[in-house]
Design a protein. Structure first.
Length: 1020
C-alpha cells in the first residue's frame, strides 16, 4: 500500500491526543465533555486503550468517527504476554465493523517494566509474541496492524530494538506484512529544542546506542521519526506510516540537564509549534499524527502530571489549551521532503555538501555548459531528484556516503560555470514527483529514436519510465535508454520546449513541485468490503426475462386464478403481491411459484404498527419460495401510517430492526423509499449501528413511475431542448401553442437522471447512492412503476392515452430483450425486474380495469416481445486447481554466459503459464510468466537485472536461488513427477567395469532414450 492510501480522517490536521491512560473512561459523559474540547483544539486523532477481550463501547467509537476523529486502538495488557489469537481476531473484526482502522498490540516492549521477566534475547522473544498478532490483525479486512510503540532510548535501546525486530520479520519471510502495516512512535520532545535529532543518523554519525556524547544530538527528541524512517527504509525498502501514540511535552520535564525544564509557557509555545508544523506541511508525509500525551487522567493517577485537563474538562495547561484553540486550523498539507545536505564520496573522502551547491558541480560534467538553458534546467531537476533519492537510499552506505562523483552515480567536479549555475538556481528546490515521492530520475546520453521501458532494461516497471519517442536524431543507443535522453532534451529545448515540458515528455505522469509548495491529499476510504451475495447467486425464476407486474389486491381464490392466467398470457416471470395476511400470502405463493413465477411479497403493514416479518419468512420458506420480503412501503406517504403522520426517523429505525430480523431468519429484506436522501439515512443508520453486513443480502425496491414522461426522460429532446410538439394529434392539457411555450420556458439543457429521477430510469439515481455508500449495487426489483393511464403531471408532455401507455411499456419491457436501457446505456445486471402498477382492479391505472376497460394495445405489444430470455450474469470460470506441491519436485540446471554489459536471468519451464517471482538481494520483486519469451522455448522467460547478488526465484511453492555475477544465466527447470522418476538413471565413471555399458544397452533399447546418449570411451 502506498503511504497516501493509508486511511486518514476527513479534514486531517495531524493533531491528536492520548485519551485517559486506562480502560475505565468510555462512558458517554466523558465523550460529551471532551469531544467539543478536542474539536476546539483541532484534534483529528485519538489514541485509546482497549482490553484484549472486551471492546471499547461502539457508541464511543461511533462518537469519535462522527466528529471525524480517527481512533487509534492500543491493546493494553499488564505485561507483554501471549494473546489468544481467536479473541484478538474477534476483537479486531468488531472494531473493523465500527470503522476503526488502526490497532496496536502491546506497548513499549523495550522497557524492563513491561516484562514479567527481563532476558537477553528480548527482540526474539518479543517477535515470537508479536508476529502471530500482526498476522491475525493483518487478516482482518479494514484494519491495519501497528508495530507497537517503543520507549525512546529505553532499557533495550529503541533504534537497535526496532532494527532487530525488522531483521527478524525479514528472516522469517514475513515481508508480505509490510504491505499493510504501520509503525507506532513515541517521539516525545522532552525538554530539548524541537529540532533535536533533525537529519537522522546520517547527520549524527557519532550518536551511539546507550550514550549521548556531549554536543551530539541523538534520536531521543521530536525528530525521532526521521531515525525510525531511516531504519524502516533500510530494512523494508520503503517508508511505512509512523503513527504517534504518545508525543509532545510533559510539564516539568527535565530529562536533559543541558536545557531548562519545561514550564507552562514553553509547553504552550512548543505544542502550538508542533501543531503548526503538522498543518503547514513541514513534516514528512509518512509521519501521520502527533498524539499529545495526555488529554486527561484522574487526580490520583501516576500520570496526572502530564495531563492537559482534569476529567471534568477543566484545563490544567491553560496556556497550551488556549494556544491550540487560538490557532487557525485547516486540513494538513503535504510537501516534498527534499534534503538540504548530501554526503559525497570524492577521492576516497566523504564530504558533506549543500545539495544545491553539489548540483552546480554536476551540471557542467553531465550535460555541458553549452546546452540550451531549458535543457540544462531539466538536467538540474533530474540530477536533484537523483541526488535526493541517493540521500534517501544511500548508494555508498558502507563508507557513510550517499553518492560518488563517478559515472557509477552522478559525475561531479568542483568546476562551476555561470550558465549551468543559472540552471540550478533557476530551478532551486524543484523536483519531479510521482505518487508523492521524488522520482528516480534516470537519464542517459542518447537513444535510437525511442527510450525504453524500465523493466525491459532492469528489474521493475517504474510507471514514469515508459518508452517514449525521441527527436534526438540518432539511430543507435548510447546509455541504458531509461528516462531522459539528454540529446533529445537539448533538441526539444532548441525547438522551444520548457524544462517542464521536457521532463513531462521523458517521465510521463510526473508532477513538478517546488520544495516549498504544499498540497492536500485526498481522503482515502478504507471501509472493509461488505460481504455480499454476487448477483448470479440470487434466486430468479426459471426462464427469467425480467418482466413482471404488481398484482391486483383481490386475493380470493377465483380472482387469483384469473390473475395467474393473465400473468402467464403476458409472459411475465415476476409478480409483486400485497397480501392482507399470511393466508392470502400462502394462497398466492402456492399458485404462482409452481408455475415458475417469482412472488415478491410486501406484507401489508403500516409503519407505526407492529408486524411479524419473521413469520412471513417462515411461511415463504415453508412454501419453498425464496423469501424476497419488502419491509414497508413509501414511508413518506401518510397512508402508510396509522395516524397519517410520516415519522421518517421512526421508519429508519424500524426498517433496520425488521430487516435485521428478516436477515437473521434467512430472508431477503427489501427496502422501498422514494427519496435518495432517505436512502442515505437508512444506510447511515446501518453504519452507525455496525450492521452493514445487512446489505450483503438486502435488495432495493424502486417505484419507477414514468408520470407522463417518455422512457428516455430526462434525456429526451423535449426536456433538454424544448422542441415544439411533433404529434399534434396527441392529447395535451392545453392548446399546442401554449404547450410549445411551456416547453421553451421549461427546458433543462444538460439535465441528468441525478437532477430529476421522476421517471422510469429513476432507479439509476439510487444505484449511484449504493455505489458510493456500499461500493456495490444490490439487486433492484421495481415493485411499482410504469405509466398510469391518463397521467398528465408534466404539462409539456401529452396525456398518457392508450397509444403511449402501450408504446412506453413496450419500450421499458424491451430493456430486458435488447440489453439496453431507453437512454442507450447497457441494462445493469442488478436490475432484476420491473413490476409496473397494477394488473387488475377498480383502479383506473389497472391493465385490466373494471372502470376503464382493458389496455388491449399494451397487452398486445408486451406479448409481441415474447418469448425471450434475459441474459444473466454468470460466475467467473473456476480457476484451474493449483497443482499439489506435495506431488512435485523440481530441479534447476544453470548455464552461464557472458554478454557484453548485460546481466540477466532467463530460462525455460516444461510448460507455459507458470507464474515466476524473482526477488533481488534487496527484496524488490519482479513477476513474470513462463512462455513470455518464446525464443527460450515454449516455457521461456527472461528478465534483465542490474546488479550482482543472490536472486531468489519462487514458483508453484518452489524456491530456488541463483547468484548473478555480471553474467547472463540460463535456467532450465525440470519437474520430477512420480511417473518420470522411475525412468531416471545414473551413469557414472564410478560404475563397475561393464555396468555402464549394460545400462547403455538397456537405454538404447528403450525408444524414449533413443539417440539421447553417447557412451564415452573410458580413459584408463
Ligand atoms: Zn557511486
Ligand atoms: Zn533520444
Amino acid at each position: 500500500m502506498r503511504i497516501r492510501d493509508y486511511p486518514r480522517p476527513r479534514g486531517d490536521t495531524g493533531i491528536g491526543f492520548h485519551w485517559f491512560p486506562d480502560l475505565y473512561h468510555y462512558d458517554d459523559s466523558y465523550l460529551d465533555t471532551f469531544l467539543p474540547l478536542l474539536k476546539s483544539m483541532g484534534a483529528s486523532w485519538l489514541v485509546i486503550l482497549s482490553h484484549p477481550q472486551r471492546s471499547i463501547p461502539a457508541s464511543f467509537i461511533r462518537g469519535l468517527l462522527e466528529e471525524d476523529i480517527e481512533p487509534v486502538v492500543q491493546i493494553s495488557t499488564p505485561y507483554i504476554a501471549f494473546l489468544k489469537q481467536d479473541e484478538l481476531r474477534e476483537l479486531c473484526e468488531r472494531y473493523a465493523s465500527w470503522g476503526v482502522h488502526y490497532v496496536s498490540p502491546f506497548k513499549e516492549p523495550n522497557l524492563a517494566s513491561r516484562w514479567p521477566k527481563w532476558e537477553e534475547d528480548l527482540p526474539e522473544r518479543f517477535m515470537d509474541l508479536l508476529i502471530p498478532c500482526l498476522e491475525t490483525i493483518y487478516e482482518v479486512e479494514g484494519i491495519i496492524p501497528l508495530f507497537p510503540p517503543l520507549s525512546p532510548g529505553g532499557d533495550f535501546w529503541d533504534t537497535v530494538f526496532l532494527e532487530a525486530c525488522l531483521d527478524i520479520l525479514n528472516r522469517q519471510k514475513k515481508r508480505p506484512l509490510y504491505e499493510k502495516m504501520a509503525v507506532a512512535i513515541e517521539n516525545y520532545a522532552f525538554n530539548k529544542p524541537l529540532t533535536w535529532g533533525k537529519g537522522g543518523k546520517a547527520q549524527w554519525l557519532s550518536a551511539q546506542p546507550y550514550q549521548s556524547l556531549p554536543g551530539c544530538e541523538d534520536q531521543r527528541g521530536f525528530y525521532l521519526f526521521q531515525w525510525y524512517d531511516e531504519i524502516i527504509r533500510q530494512k523494508v525498502g520503503r517508508s511505512l506510516p509512523l503513527l504517534g501514540t504518545a508525543n509532545g511535552l510533559v510539564l516539568g520535564d527535565r530529562s536533559s540537564s543541558d536545557f531548562p525544564p519545561i514550564d507552562e509557557a514553553t509547553h504552550a509555545q512548543r505544542s502550538a509549534q508542533i501543531s503548526q508544523m503538522m498543518i503547514q506541511g513541514e513534516l514528512p508525509n509518512y509521519f501521520f499524527n502527533n498524539a499529545f500525551w495526555l488529554l486527561t487522567a484522574e487526580d490520583a493517577s501516576p500520570f496526572a502530571q502530564g495531563r492537559w485537563f482534569r476529567p471534568d474538562g477543566e484545563p490544567m495547561l491553560k496556556a497550551s489549551v488556549a494556544a491550540l484553540q487560538e490557532m487557525a486550523k485547516e486540513s494538513r498539507r503535504f510537501r516534498v521532503d527534499l534534503p538540504e545536505k548530501i554526503r559525497v564520496l570524492t577521492d576516497g573522502e566523504v564530504e558533506v555538501m549543500d545539495l544545491e551547491e553539489y548540483l552546480k558541480g554536476v551540471l557542467p560534467r553531465e550535460m555541458g555548459k553549452n546546452a540550451p538553458l531549458e535543457a540544462l534546467k531539466a538536467q538540474a531537476v533530474a540530477a536533484r531528484c537523483y541526488a535526493a533519492n541517493a540521500v534517501k537510499y544511500p548508494r555508498h552506505r558502507e563508507v557513510g556516503a550517499d553518492i560518488c562523483t563517478t559515472t557509477h552515480c552522478q559525475v561531479w567536479s568542483p568546476t562551476h560555470d555561470e550558465r549551468t549555475n543559472q540552471a540550478v538556481e533557476g530551478t532551486k528546490g524543484i523536483v519531479a514527483t510521482y505518487d508523492d515521492e521524488i522520482i528516480g530520475a534516470f537519464y542517459f546520453g542518447h537513444c535510437d529514436g525511442r527510450t525504453r521501458n524500465s523493466e525491459d532494461v532492469w528489474v521493475g516497471a517504474l510507471p514514469y519510465c515508459r518508452s517514449v519517442p525521441c527527436i534526438c536524431g540518432y539511430d543507435f543507443m548510447y546509455g541504458h535508454g531509461v528516462g531522459m535522453c539528454q540529446r533529445g532534451a537539448m533538441k526539444m529545448a532548441e525547438e522551444g520546449a520548457t524544462y517542464e515540458e521536457i521532463l513531462c515528455h521523458y517521465y510521463p505522469g510526473i508532477e513538478t513541485l517546488a520544495q516549498g509548495s504544499t498540497y492536500e491529499l485526498p481522503v482515502v476510504d478504507l471501509s472493509p468490503e461488505i460481504p455480499h451475495l454476487e448477483l448470479w447467486e440470487w434466486p430468479r425464476p426459471p426462464e427469467d426475462n425480467g418482466l413482471g407486474i404488481h398484482l391486483g389486491l383481490d386475493f380470493r381464490e377465483g380472482a387469483l386464478a384469473e390473475e395467474l392466467r393473465r400473468v402467464k398470457d403476458l409472459g411475465l416471470k415476476w409478480v409483486l403481491l400485497v397480501p392482507g395476511d399470511e393466508f392470502q400470502m400462502e394462497r398466492a405463493i402456492r399458485l404462482f411459484w409452481p408455475q415458475g413465477i417469482m412472488p415478491v411479497v410486501r406484507p401489508y403493514a403500516l409503519i407505526d404498527r407492529s408486524h411479524d416479518f419473521v413469520r412471513d419468512v417462515k411461511v415463504m420458506k415453508g412454501c419453498g419460495v425464496p423469501p424476497y420480503i419488502q419491509i414497508y412501503n413509501e414511508p413518506s406517504d401518510d397512508r402508510e401510517w396509522s395516524n397519517g403522520r410520516p415519522d421518517l426517523p421512526l421508519f429508519v429505525s424500524k426498517w433496520v430492526n425488521n430487516a435485521l430480523a428478516v436477515y437473521d431468519a434467512g430472508g431477503y429484506p427489501g427496502l422501498q423509499v422514494l427519496d435518495v436522501g432517505l436512502l442515505r439515512e437508512v444506510i447511515a443508520e446501518t453504519r452507525r449501528r455496525g450492521v452493514m453486513n445487512l446489505w450483503g443480502r438486502a435488495w432495493f425496491c424502486p417505484h419507477n413511475y414514468g408520470l407522463n414522461h417518455p422512457p428516455t426522460y430526462p434525456y429526451d429532446r423535449i426536456n433538454q431542448e424544448g422542441i415544439p410538439v411533433q404529434n399534434p394529434e396527441w392529447e395535451f392539457v392545453a392548446p399546442i401553442e401554449e404547450v410549445n411555450r411551456w416547453r421553451e420556458e421549461g427546458k433543462n439543457p444538460g439535465q441528468t437522471i441525478h437532477d430529476d429521477y421522476n421517471c422510469i430510469l429513476g432507479f439509476l439515481a439510487f444505484a449511484k447512492v449504493f455505489e458510493e455508500e456500499l461500493g456495490f449495487v444490490p439487486p433492484m426489483i421495481c415493485g411499482e412503476g410504469g405509466w398510469q393511464y391518463r397521467s398528465s403531471q408534466d404539462r409539456r408532455y401529452p396525456v398518457i392515452g392508450d397509444y403511449l401507455h402501450a408504446s412506453y411499456h413496450q419500450q421499458m419491457f424491451a430493456w430486458f430483450k435488447t440489453g439496453r436501457l431507453s437512454n442507450g446505456a447497457p441494462l445493469p445486471d442488478y436490475l432484476f425486474a420491473v413490476c409496473p402498477w397494477i394488473l387488475s382492479g377498480l383502479d383506473a391505472d389497472a391493465w385490466y380495469s373494471k372502470s376503464m376497460g382493458t389496455r388491449e394495445r399494451t397487452i398486445a405489444l408486451v406479448k409481441g416481445l415474447l418469448p425471450f430470455l434475459r441474459e444473466l450474469p454468470t460466475p467467473p470460470d473456476d480457476p484451474e486447481p493449483p497443482p499439489d506441491p506435495e506431488d512435485e519436485e523440481w530441479t534447476m540446471t544453470v548455464r552461464r554466459e557472458l554478454r557484453a554489459g548485460l546481466r540477466g536471468i532467463a530460462g525455460n519451464f516444461p510448460r507455459a503459464g507458470i507464474g515466476l517471482t524473482i526477488t533481488d538481494p534487496w527484496g524488490n520483486s519482479v513477476v513474470t510468466t513462463s512462455g513470455s519469451k518464446g525464443e527460450h522455448g515454449p516455457g521461456g522467460f527472461e528478465v534483465r537485472v542490474w546488479a550482482n547478488g543472490l536472486y531468489t526465484l519462487n514458483f508453484l511453492d518452489q524456491r530456488f536461488q541463483v547468484m548473478v555475477q555480471g553474467d547472463f544465466l540460463f535456467l532450465t527447470f525440470t519437474q520430477i513427477s512420480p511417473e518420470t522418476l522411475p525412468l531416471a538413471r545414473l551413469a557414472s565413471d564410478w560404475m563397475k567395469e561393464g555396468e555402464g555399458e549394460a545400462l547403455w544397452k538397456s537405454l538404447e533399447g528403450d525408444e524414449r532414450y533413443e539417440g539421447l546418449f553417447l557412451l564415452d570411451e573410458k580413459e584408463s
